[in-house]
Structure formats: structure tokens, C-alpha cells
Write a protein that binds this ligand. Structure first.
Ligand code: MCA
Ligand code: AMP
Length: 494
């Protein structure tokens, strides 16, 4: 018995060799047989490069079918896949490489990080030194045996201390969540997933891909979200997954009509709160009630609105099968209607943070429940609504930005005495990053902060606006009152 999650996918790929898997806008489609062959070649190349079971493989690549084969090839040889956002700068990459200690880095040829890690390239065109190795490699036919608790992937999520933590996800985590989602969303063997999410985060990587790999059907594999391209491919798709920004951007297009969605059976939203207005506008325009679900890198998906029952805007639905969710305040489990921290337990919950046993221990209760850092409330039927966060986190267009990481760099600017980074309502990204700075002398302009952060921080984390104050508001304990700042600057992007 092999618990390697790829063994499960491979069995399907082999039984449907001649069926279309990837529908590619600018290239020939890939059948399941093509994908399976390419994965076996990629696995062969990885083995020839000396990658062994348990070794980490860090990737920072654009979204291509070759990148997909690389992901699955890592699983096949029992390696630990570590995907990184393409927006990360060389300075950020330095940290991930020293923390993950990978056996191999595969990145875009434009990446300038200097590292002793063996490095191969894979570009947006699908070419590079890694695909060359794949072409030349002998296919590896066998899938390395893994037990369910072995690590399949490490997904980095930042922390309130500003130091990113690697969430270790096991083969059990991936398989159980894929099964739960296929079941919850009634995955059909003729479904066509419109895939426009990036594949370096849980949403596009595990939630999107695994539903197709396990449940069947095919996907329109778009390199990124582009409203026009999505509208073009919607009439031949049946399911779409997106962050709320996808839905607000679609609604901003006149060409996005109910007729365009005629073949669609399901729109799913997650990664950030879906505004009640977006839910209502979407229904009015298309007749579809977006199905909102809730997850985390550490837990994959926890809850989902029902496929068949009522989908209520502003709620994230019920705990998925085999997953327990509760609302707690410290050691006290709260009753219906009371707001507290959402805690979850189940086969979806990660193994811990890579090489951070103390941090891991802090986030788990003695009875095994994981503390999400999200605030929520549960009704009498078990339906969960998110009510805020205990963690200082901004979610911008579905990407997480940890204020501490940004503040630390801004505070190093000679012109700045201190800073507070906050998220305020943004019409496109949900929340927009704002830096409130106390200048030492002359006013600090947005462009100055941009210049200071340019090479050090991914673009999406950089403040879209900088405002200056003489002092930061503080409570009696001396803690900066971010709520007061969020209220004061709530209309900055209105
Ligand atoms: C791009 N920019 C952003 C963002 N994306 N700024 C803030 N927040 C962002 N999310 C920057 C660009 O660098 C650019 O900078 C400027 O904003 C405008 O870029 P634009 O062309 O409008 O952006 P885009 O390339 O169209 O990207 C927007 C996007 C993208 C399509 C919403 O961010 C995206 O695909 N987001 C999905 C994120 C995701 O997959 N999250 C899942 C995490 P400038 O022009 O100034 O240089 S997994 C998760 O959260 C859990 C597990 C869960 O529950 O799913
Ligand atoms: P990540 O660290 O990228 O895995 O982001 C996980 C966080 O995204 C969660 O802890 C939540 O704060 C947020 N999140 C995910 N889905 C939802 C949702 N449907 N509504 C509100 N917040 C969400």
C-alpha cells in the first residue's frame, strides 16, 4: 500500500490516457497520457539530479504545464515540494533557501538570487535547463512509497513576527482534503475547471488541481487571471475557483453576462472575505450564488457552503466531513452566536512548522485542535461566519501581507522614526496596504518608501499609499492602536 498521493492521481491518469487534461490557450492541449509521461520524465530527471525522498525542491516558476509536471514529479520521487510566489525578490528568496535547505532550486532565468543550491531554470515559455534535463532523462516508472504522515509539500506563510514559517503538509493532508472537496462540490468526470489562479499557493495548487486530478474532467489552464480571457473561456467551462478580486473584476466588465456563464454549474470563492455586495451583485448579474469556503495554508480547506443546501453570503459554511471546527476563547469552548477564535482538528491539519517545534506547539491545543488566528461565530446548525482576525494580517487580492515584515523594513529607512502598516478597504484588492509613518524630519513620500523596498519586498506587499503623522496613536500600554488608524484612513482608496 503506497500512501503517496501521486499514486492515486497516476492511477487515474493511466486509466484516462486519451482524455484531455489541460486545455491550453496558446499551445496544443495535453492529454492525461501526455501529463503522465511528462511527470515520469520529470521524476527521472530529478532522480538523475540526485534528488532523494525527503529532499526539498524549491520552485519559483511561472504557471506552465511543465511546472505542473515538475510538481507531480517531485511527489513521484518522494521529494518535498516547496513552491514560492514569483513576486518574491532575491532578498526574500535568500531566506527561503537557507530555511528549506533544498537539494534543488528551479526558477525563472530572470531570478538573480545568488545561492550555492544547485539551480536549473524553467521559464514562462516552458523552456529552460530543467525541461532540457527532462527531455533527456529516462522515464521513472515507479512511484516512491510514502506513508500518509510523510511530508509532501512545505508552503511558506508569513508570521506575526515577520519571519515566514514553512507549513509541512503531508500526503494524508492532501489526499483527505482532495476527497472531501470532490465530494462536497459534487465533482463530475465531465467538469471543466477554469483555472486562473497561481499554482504557488494552496488555492490554485491543491484545491484547484487536485479536484481535477482526483475527480476527473479537464481544466482550462490560464497563465494568470485576466478578465477578458476568463470571459472568453467561461462558455466552455463548468466550475471556476477564485479570490474575491476575480469576481469584482468580472463584474466590472459589461461583457460578463449571465449568457457567458450558461455552461457553468459552480463558482467558488475563498482566500479572503467575499463582500456581501459582491455576492448579491453576482447573483443579480448571473443567477449564480457564489459558494464561499474557508481555508488556510496550514489546514487546507476547513469549511464550505453547501452545494445543494442554501449558500449564504457572508458565511463560510459548515466543517467538511471528518473535520471538526469549534469557536473558543482560550480554554473555553464557546456556544452558538458567541465570537471567538476558530479552531480546527482533522486529517486536513498540517504536521507542524518546518524546524519550528516551539512555534508549532504554541498553535495547537492539548486536545489537538489547531488555532487558526481567525475570529468566527457558529450558528445552531454549525454554520460558520468569519468575524475578523486575532493575527495582525492584511489580505490583499488573496495574498497575505504581514505588517510586521513591512514595518521592519520601513523602520530601517533613515527618514523614518517609526511606522505602522495597516490594511484598509480597497475596491479591487479587498484590502489595500497603507503605511502610516512618523517622519524624523521632512515628510516621507510614497515614492521614497517604494524605492527603499523595491529590491527587498514583493510588490504586492509594498504599501500602495504612505501617510505621515506626528505620532502613532497608542493605548495606555504603549501599543499602537491599529484599529484607530484603520478607522481614520478607511476611505483612503474609496
Ligand atoms: C498584484 N499586485 C498586487 C496584487 N497582485 N498588489 C496587491 N495585492 C495583490 N494581490 C500589484 C502588481 O504587482 C502591480 O504593481 C499592481 O498591484 C497592479 O497589478 P495588476 O496587474 O492589477 O495585478 P494582477 O497581476 O492582475 O494580479 C491581481 C490578482 C492576483 C489577479 C488578484 O493578485 C492574484 O492572482 N491573486 C490570487 C492570490 C491567491 O491565489 N491566493 C491564494 C492564497 P505595480 O503595477 O505597481 O508594479 S492560498 C490561501 O489564501 C488559503 C489557503 C485559501 O483559503 O485559499
Ligand atoms: P494563507 O495563509 O494564505 O493560507 O491564508 C489563510 C487565511 O486566509 C485564513 O486564515 C483567513 O484569514 C483567510 N481566508 C481564507 N478563506 C477565507 C474566507 N472565505 N473568508 C475570510 N477569510 C478567509
Amino acid at each position: 500500500m503506497n500512501d503517496n498521493v501521486y499514486a492515486l492521481f497516476e492511477a487515474r491518469f493511466r486509466s484516462e490516457r486519451d482524455a484531455t487534461c489541460l486545455r491550453l490557450p496558446d499551445r496544443d492541449d495535453w492529454l492525461y497520457g501526455d501529463l503522465e509521461a511528462r511527470v515520469s520524465q520529470a521524476a527521472g530527471a530529478l532522480a538523475e539530479l540526485g534528488v532523494k525522498p525527503g529532499d526539498r525542491v524549491v520552485t519559483q516558476t511561472e504557471k506552465t504545464p511543465e511546472a505542473l509536471a515538475l510538481y507531480l514529479g517531485c511527489l513521484k520521487v518522494g521529494a518535498v515540494y516547496v513552491p514560492l510566489n514569483t513576486a518574491y525578490t532575491a532578498a526574500e528568496m535568500d531566506y527561503f533557501l537557507s530555511d528549506a535547505e533544498p537539494a534543488l532550486l528551479v526558477c525563472d532565468s530572470s531570478q538573480t538570487v545568488e545561492t550555492a543550491v544547485p539551480t536549473l531554470t524553467l521559464d514562462a515559455t516552458g523552456s529552460g535547463s530543467f525541461p532540457e534535463r527532462v527531455d533527456a532523462a529516462d522515464a521513472c516508472e515507479s512511484t516512491v512509497a510514502r506513508v500518509a504522515d510523510d511530508i509532501a509539500a512545505i508552503v511558506y506563510t508569513s508570521g506575526t513576527t515577520g519571519r515566514p514559517k514553512g507549513a509541512m503538509l503531508t500526503h494524508r493532508n492532501l489526499e483527505s482534503n482532495a476527497r472531501a472537496l470532490c465530494d462536497a462540490w459534487g465533482w463530475q468526470s465531465d467538469d471543466v475547471l477554469l483555472h486562473a489562479l497561481p499554482i504557488f499557493h494552496v488555492h490554485g495548487l491543491f484545491v484547484g488541481l487536485h479536484c481535477v486530478f482526483l475527480g476527473g474532467g479537464s481544466m482550462v489552464f490560464l497563465p494568470r487571471f485576466d478578465a477578458d480571457a476568463v470571459i472568453e473561456h467561461l462558455p466552455s467551462s463548468t466550475v471556476m475557483m477564485g479570490v474575491p478580486t476575480f469576481y469584482t473584476r468580472l463584474l466590472a466588465q459589461d461583457a460578463f453576462t449571465g449568457n457567458v456563464c450558461r455552461a457553468m454549474r459552480l463558482f467558488i470563492s475563498g482566500s479572503a472575505p467575499l463582500a456581501a455586495q459582491t455576492f448579491a451583485d453576482f447573483q443579480a448579474r448571473t443567477g449564480h450564488r457564489i459558494l464561499e469556503r474557508y481555508g488556510m495554508s496550514e489546514t487546507l480547506m476547513n469549511t464550505s457552503n453547501p452545494l445543494a443546501g442554501e449558500r449564504i453570503g457572508g458565511t463560510v459554511g459548515f466543517a467538511l466531513p471528518e473535520i471538526e471546527a469549534r469557536i473558543a476563547d482560550g480554554d473555553r469552548v464557546l456556544g452558538e452566536g458567541e465570537i471567538g477564535e476558530i479552531e480546527v482538528r482533522g486529517p486536513n491539519v498540517f504536521k507542524g512548522y518546518w524546524r519550528m517545534p516551539d512555534k508549532t506547539a504554541e498553535e495547537f491545543r492539548p486536545d489537538g485542535f489547531f488555532r487558526t488566528g481567525d475570529l468566527g461565530v457558529m450558528d445552531s446548525e454549525g454554520r460558520v461566519s468569519i468575524a475578523g482576525r486575532t493575527k495582525d494580517l492584511i489580505i490583499s487580492g488573496g495574498y497575505n501581507v504581514y505588517p510586521k515584515e513591512v514595518e521592519t523594513l520601513i523602520d530601517e529607512m533613515p527618514e523614518v522614526s517609526e511606522s505602522a502598516v495597516i490594511g484598509v478597504p480597497h475596491p479591487d484588492f479587498g484590502e489595500g496596504v497603507v503605511a502610516v509613518v512618523v517622519p524624523r524630519d521632512e515628510p516621507v513620500e510614497t515614492a521614497m518608501v517604494e524605492a527603499a523596498l523595491k529590491d527587498r519586498l514583493a510588490r504586492f506587499k509594498q504599501p500602495k499609499r504612505v501617510v505621515c503623522l506626528d505620532d502613532l496613536p497608542r493605548n495606555v500600554m504603549g501599543k499602537v492602536q491599529k484599529n484607530a488608524l484603520r478607522e481614520r484612513f478607511a476611505d483612503l482608496f474609496a
